[in-house]
Ligand binder design. Structure first.
Ligand code: ADP
Ligand code: MG
Length: 292
């Protein structure tokens, strides 16, 4: 008897959060690094389905870096990165589109649907969701002047048309978006999923942006997790090189989302079962919350 009373109490603890978030939209970025273990993928899918059944609308944006690299290697191509971004020639772009839009996207859709959700997979090309342009990155050379680095078919978001997502949401579907966009001439561009999730969260006026990855959150110099961090302190971590590689676009994505009107942004550890529920329905949360 005591056991079941405890269960009821645990459910009731979530009531203030459910009341607060009912009808609101959360954008969740499911990182490639967190899509590894079967039971964790199941727990992620169950969390998404549960959120939807209690009235929280979700849009999922996924990455898939490790699977893209594995396929490239199978096909005899060597993955290359500059500042955390994949150098993308035409052949690589084809692999990216096949792996993300085909394998990874459909796997997530199937997982969510197997637990009773109604997921629909789409890429940034569908419904004109993501307009992009070629991204230019600059690096200071040894003489101190700026060198422009060509990453190939890597894009940055120029515009989001959220209509397709709104239509799906209104009909009770859970959109699952692969981060591929269309350039001005209709060319296909590979975009870091963190940036896509940020742009989608602003366009949907989301309540939260949650980035699910393979570290506990943002780690400081001593490798300790930072539970909340302000914009000013983040700038310091960027400047002193504490935040590097794949964490760079995440931090920038959170800052962009906040500037775009999203109330809260979180980075959480996808290696922890039910990380989404733990972050959303407990006061402490488990990861890093980035505040305005
Ligand atoms: P995802 O597939 O989720 O996008 P990434 O590999 O792109 O994952 O980004 C997460 C990685 O960022 C971590 O595994 C870690 O190696 C790296 N990283 C760099 N700086 C930090 C930091 N300060 N705190 C936490 N992770 C960091
Ligand atoms: Mg990444």
């Amino acid at each position: 008897m005591n056991d079941i009373i405890t269960k009821a109490e645990i459910l009731i603890e979530a009531l203030p959060y459910i009341r607060n978030f009912y009808g609101k939209t959360f954008v969740i970025k499911y990182g490639g690094a967190a899509q590894v273990k079967e039971e964790l993928k199941e727990s992620f899918a169950k969390d998404i389905v549960l959120l939807n059944f209690i009235g929280i609308r979700t849009a999922v944006v996924h990455g898939g870096g490790p699977k893209i690299s594995a396929m490239m290697e199978k096909l005899g191509k060597k993955p290359e990165f500059v500042q955390g971004q994949r150098v993308t020639d035409e052949e690589t772009m084809n692999i990216v589109e096949m792996v993300l839009g085909g394998l990874v996207n459909k796997e997530i859709v199937s997982l969510i649907n197997s637990h009773g959700g109604k997921a629909v997979g789409l890429s940034g090309k569908d419904g004109g969701l993501i307009e992009a342009k070629k991204k230019v990155i600059k690096k200071a050379d040894q003489a101190g002047s700026e060198e422009i680095i060509d990453l190939g078919l890597v894009g940055e978001v120029t515009r989001i048309d959220p209509q397709i997502l709104i239509s799906l949401k209104n009909e009770g579907f859970i959109p699952v978006v692969s981060p591929v966009g269309a350039g001005p001439k209709g060319e296909t561009l590979n975009i870091n999923a963190d940036y896509v999730a940020a742009a989608v969260s602003s366009a949907l006026k989301a309540e939260k942006l949650i980035l699910v990855t393979d570290v506990p959150g943002i780690l400081d110099k001593e490798k300790k997790i930072i539970s909340t961090i302000s914009k000013t302190r983040i700038k310091k971590l960027l400047d002193d090189g504490t935040v590097t590689g794949g964490m760079l676009p995440k931090v920038q994505a959170c800052l962009k989302a906040i500037d775009g009107g999203v109330s809260k942004t979180h980075i959480v550890d996808g290696r922890v079962p039910h990380c989404l529920l733990l972050e959303i329905f407990t006061k402490e949360g488990i990861g890093t919350e980035i505040q305005a």
